[in-house]
Design a protein around this ligand. Structure first.
Ligand SMILES: Cc1ncc(COP(=O)(O)O)c(C=O)c1O
Length: 362
């Protein structure tokens, strides 16, 4: 149908992409360091950007590994730091592409339910106590994809205590944390870790532009060296011009303003979608997030977001089936990304979606 509205893509709206600013930063990178950004580099990325990120996270630059998007870094991590059959704990629901990669790489996945205040850390503790200690926990701590939930301060402390006790590794993925609509940021799991077992990953896809493909991992030195070797045998070096532009954007002091601009655009969209919840069937449960890109919903008993996917497409609306974000189950759930569409499209889309759901309920 014409005028299709996509609530499926976790991408920033066109208004959030600052083409003029990125043009200036790219020109600055070429002027300041043209030969280097136009040459092959090392697998771990553009050294000046690694240094800036290292300073932000209080680590050495040899612990920072910059990749063509953070999903690529995640895949390198699966290839080099884990072995097929390893037990990897994930939130249930979790980021669908991460789940897909875990399966493609033959990992055994241990799902840990997500509650309103983030992952059920007690459930993870119970698995550990029963001898099911994961090799790695993959957690999205802020405005989680897809649930929108943020791990509470208490649960962060409880998780770190579990890491100390059982010694498993953690990958904290935080591409959305800086896009907070209200309240103060909580100290990160990586930032508070004393054990050296926690790694961190983030991306400039949500705060600047996904087309630049710049993401990174902060890891112990030996792990970062293995990741670097994987990158260099796969693509020699990542896109240094894109990394140079991000570096100029940061050292030019433009990042906070860009984040404020994107956050305001996302809040406007989240508010529009929250207002549109009136069109959802009675008994739908949804807690609007305090930041990020996504609204998560559970339809009432007896309804299936999987079964209603095609009728919604026929009405010109796409969403992500919640079941894609779980190892099993989740048929009543769906993820609506408000990030990529305008408030007017959101209002129209929620009305259309409500009509599809209402017709199914009758
Ligand atoms: C939680 C999470 N991690 C990683 C990514 C991948 O980001 P990138 O564009 O840096 O590969 C996404 C993108 O949707 C995401 O939601």
């Amino acid at each position: 149908m014409s005028n299709a509205i996509s609530f499926a893509r976790g991408a920033p709206a066109p208004e959030a992409l600052s083409a003029d600013l990125i043009a200036t930063c790219t020109a600055d990178a070429l002027r300041a360091d043209g030969t280097r950004v136009l040459s092959y580099g090392t697998g771990n990325g553009y050294p000046p950007l690694r240094e800036v990120l290292a300073a932000e996270h209080g680590v050495g630059a040899d612990q920072v590994f910059v990749t063509n998007g953070s999903l690529q870094g995640f895949v390198f991590m699966l290839e080099t730091l884990l072995t097929p059959g390893d037990l990897v704990a994930v939130e249930a629901p979790t980021y669908d592409r991460a789940l897909l990669q875990l399966r493609l790489h033959g990992m055994e996945v241990l799902p840990i339910p997500v509650q309103a205040d983030g992952m059920d850390v007690d459930a993870l503790a119970a698995h550990c106590a029963a001898g099911r200690v994961p090799k790695l926990l993959y957690t999205i701590t802020n405005f989680q994809n897809p649930s929108g939930a943020t791990l509470s301060a208490g649960k962060r402390a409880a998780l770190l205590a579990l890491v100390e006790r059982y010694g498993f590794g953690v990958l904290e993925d935080d591409p959305y944390g800086k896009l907070r609509f209200e309240g103060d940021a909580l100290p990160g799991v990586f930032a508070q870790d004393q054990s050296g077992k926690v790694m961190f990953t983030s991306s400039f896809s949500k705060t600047v532009a996904p087309g630049l493909r710049v993401g990174y991992i902060v890891a112990p030195k030996d792990a970062a060296a293995k990741l670097t070797a994987a990158a260099s045998r796969t693509y020699i070096s990542p896109s240094l011009l894109a990394e140079g532009a991000i570096h100029q954007l940061i050292i030019g002091g433009h990042l906070p303003g860009n984040i404020a601009k994107v956050t305001a655009l996302m809040k406007e969209r989240c508010d529009a979608m929250t207002a549109g919840l009136v069109h959802m069937p009675q008994g739908t449960s949804c807690t609007p997030p305090l930041g990020g890109f996504f609204m998560w919903m559970e339809l009432p008993e007896g309804m299936s977001a999987d079964a209603l996917f095609q009728p919604a497409v026929d009405a010109g609306i796409t969403y992500v089936k919640g079941s894609d974000c779980f190892l099993e189950g989740g048929e009543r759930t769906l993820r609506l990304a408000y990030s990529g569409v305008s408030p007017a499209e959101i209002a129209e889309g929620m009305e259309r979606l409500g009509a599809v759901f209402a017709a199914a309920k009758r």
